[in-house]
Design a protein around this ligand. Structure first.
Ligand SMILES: Nc1nc2ncn(CCNC(CO)CO)c2c(=O)[nH]1
Length: 289
């Protein structure tokens, strides 16, 4: 189709990848800003630079490597996006979410997405990990929805339900694993709000979003979740709170990308252990698989 991301285009990219590796991942992982280390936890890696994958978008953001890494986590076959795409890069929204359709055509059943986000909830501290219970899709309110335009029934229905977007069993699994690992005092649950970016929000926007029920704010993830759910994959997502959003006019704090990447480095090891343990448990309780 005109956007270059038709079912056939996605199929061609998936078929190319399936011809390059014998791995058949059941779990897809999307690494957020500064969280690319998650891919390094994979064993028996087979990695492809995005630029070598036919029809795959290119990463342009510092902190996003631009590699698709196949590998195993304790024997479980995974495919990991080291670097994801954002509206603020100027990509059409279908381009940002195309990797979800590639995951689906590779046979992925469960997608785990991570991102860095600003904390709006006043109880949150930098370094907290927030399990995403639900989202506010601000760009979608203005019609910028990845499913807008002709619907291909081979992916999913015209009007998909989003009230069950974030799998409740996987949220509970994450809480259980988090407490087992001793992460409970920095493990939260909340609502993630996506904005287009690249400018960070104003103080008035932070206060508005907080009043609207958002616990964290970022520039990604929601678009991928909508497309992943549309084609029937299960979704689990979490935010690393890399800074607390500026909420009052007397504050001297200023959001910046370096701080985002720095926080990612500190907490990344625990985030990796949390995600890899969740992945391991996915296969064991086959009612969760
Ligand atoms: N206040 C605030 N803090 C944040 N920390 C990470 N992000 C997500 C955006 N990340 C961008 C810039 O770091 C890179 O994708 C945000 C955000 O959007 N707002």
């Amino acid at each position: 189709s005109s956007t270059g991301y038709s079912y056939e285009d996605c199929q061609a990219t998936a078929d190319w990848l399936l011809s390059q590796t014998a791995m058949r991942p059941l779990v897809g992982i999307v690494c957020g800003s500064g969280l690319g280390g998650l891919a390094n936890a994979l064993k028996d890696q087979v990695a492809f630079n995005y630029k070598d994958i036919p029809n795959f978008p290119q990463s342009t953001v510092h902190g996003h490597a631009g590699r698709l890494v196949f590998g195993t986590l304790k024997g479980r076959s995974c495919v990991c996006m080291q670097g994801r795409f954002h509206l603020y890069e100027g990509y059409p929204i279908q381009k940002i979410t195309m990797p979800m359709r590639i995951f689906k055509l590779l046979g992925v059943e469960t997608v785990i997405l991570t991102n860095a986000a600003g904390g709006l909830n006043q109880d949150y501290k930098v370094g907290d990990i927030m399990i995403i219970r639900d989202h506010l899709n601000m760009p979608g309110f203005a019609g910028n929805n990845p499913l807008a335009g002709p619907n291909d029934e081979r992916f999913g229905v015209r009007f998909p339900c989003m009230s069950d977007a974030y799998d409740r069993e996987l949220q509970q699994l994450a809480l259980d694993v988090g407490s087992e690992l001793g992460y409970s005092d920095f493990l939260r649950e909340g609502v993630y709000c996506v904005l287009g970016g690249p400018s960070f929000e104003t103080i008035a926007e932070c206060r508005m979003l907080h009043k609207l029920g958002a616990d964290a704010v970022g520039m990604s993830t929601v678009h991928e979740v909508i497309v992943a759910r549309h084609c029937g994959m299960r979704v689990f997502a979490l935010s690393l709170i890399t800074n607390t959003a500026v909420m009052d006019y007397n504050s001297e704090e200023k959001a910046n990308h370096e701080e985002v990447l720095q926080t990612g480095k500190h907490r990344a090891e625990q985030l990796e252990r949390l995600v890899s343990t969740i992945v391991t448990r996915l296969e064991q309780n086959n009612n969760l698989a």
